[in-house]
Design a protein around this ligand. Structure first.
Ligand SMILES: [Zn+2]
Length: 367
């Protein structure tokens, strides 16, 4: 007990009080707004997403509205918050991979974001960057738009560790995961993470979603092909997601054609090709309709390439019972899921196997 108390005391000293911040990235959704509006008047700082991240929001939070409607809803939320005298700042997403950041795209996103906020009478000085992906140029661009304080919600102790990892170019999510669990005080998970670092997976799996980019594809050919990976590959059903996350400039048609070329190449090399679909980042926003549509498009694409996937990995590991029925309908036998426990055995639900991985890769890890 005493030891536990000491650990908590030390942790609390190091963990920045995150309670004062709201990352309002799904604020346009009615259900989310119902939840968030209860926090008005409690002294929070609201970091709000803007129309410059419309694509991002639409995919990640399963929105079904046009951009103009998105803008209108956002405006009404902000005026409500302003009327209640809440503190409003900027939340922005620039991409998922530092290596894919381009100055013109960053410039465009900041410009649109700030113009929007100015149009509703807000001149933010503080901002957060979602996914924590930015570079030196970002800071220069942000400054130009009057943003002088980049708020980092990370732990104090984690930042120096991340710097060391970056300095030595070590590619690992280990520290980030330790941090997340530390923050939630899941000590059992930290124990599993450490064990998992030493334990190999039965199957090396890679989630493949940025492979249409030439720069990444060159690396994948060198580093991943022929190394016994199972490739869970994205399809045009997630074109919007890929565009928002990997700064793609190509249209959907070119995206599909490039993907087809890649698949042919991989098939020729006899790589193990399976299915990857992103539905939504938050289980609360997972709808049957979205799943049906995405599944249909993804499977039609795969089948048109004479690929019959037997396994599915859902993006962000978000799926539910309905996913299991869809999987069955399309002849998929196995869904892979993440679990921090490296010793968890696979199980079967309605003849569908749920297999667990404690370690997996993304294609962009190999950039
Ligand atoms: Zn993914």
């Amino acid at each position: 007990m005493v030891i536990k108390k000491i650990i908590f005391y030390v942790l609390n000293k190091f963990i920045r009080e995150k309670k004062n911040y709201i990352n309002a990235e799904a604020i346009v959704r009615e259900d989310e707004w119902e939840k968030l509006r209860k926090l008005i008047g409690k002294g929070f700082s609201w970091f709000i997403i803007t129309p410059s991240n419309y694509d991002y929001c639409r995919n990640v939070f399963n929105l079904k509205i046009e951009k103009s409607k998105f803008i209108n809803i956002l405006k009404s939320r902000i005026s409500f918050l302003k009327y209640e005298k809440e503190k409003i700042f900027l939340s922005i997403h620039l991409g998922k991979v530092r290596g894919f950041l381009e100055n013109d795209l960053q410039e465009k996103k900041f410009k649109e974001a700030i113009e929007f906020l100015n149009s509703v009478g807000i001149k933010p000085r503080k901002f957060i960057i979602l996914d924590d992906v930015y570079n030196k140029e970002t800071i220069t661009i942000a400054k130009k738009y009057g943003l002088i304080n980049l708020v980092n919600l990370n732990l104090h102790i984690v930042n120096p560790l991340l710097k060391i990892v970056k300095f030595f170019r070590i590619k690992t999510t280990f520290i980030g995961e330790i941090y997340q669990n530390l923050e939630k005080k899941y000590f059992k998970n930290i124990f599993y993470l450490i064990l998992g670092e030493f334990r190999n997976t039965r199957e090396k799996t890679i989630h493949v979603e940025a492979l249409v980019r030439e720069d990444l594809w060159t690396q994948l050919k060198k580093k991943v092909i022929g190394k016994g990976f199972t490739w869970f590959i994205i399809t045009p059903a997630n074109y919007d997601y890929c565009k928002a996350y990997f700064n793609l400039k190509m249209k959907k048609k070119e995206f599909s054609e490039t993907l087809i070329k890649r698949l042919k190449f991989l098939k020729n090399k006899e790589e193990n090709i399976q299915l990857h679909i992103h539905f939504t980042k938050d289980k609360r926003f997972l709808e049957n309709r979205t799943q049906k549509d995405k599944f249909k498009e993804a499977m039609e694409f795969m089948n048109s390439q004479e690929i019959k996937p037997a396994k599915l990995a859902a993006g962000w590991w978000i799926f539910n019972k309905f996913t299991l029925t869809l999987v069955k309908k399309y002849g998929i036998k196995e869904i892979s899921n993440y679990n921090i426990n490296p010793y968890l055995k696979k199980k079967s639900i309605n003849e569908i196997t749920i297999s667990y991985v404690h370690k997996y890769w993304h294609d962009f890890d190999f950039l």
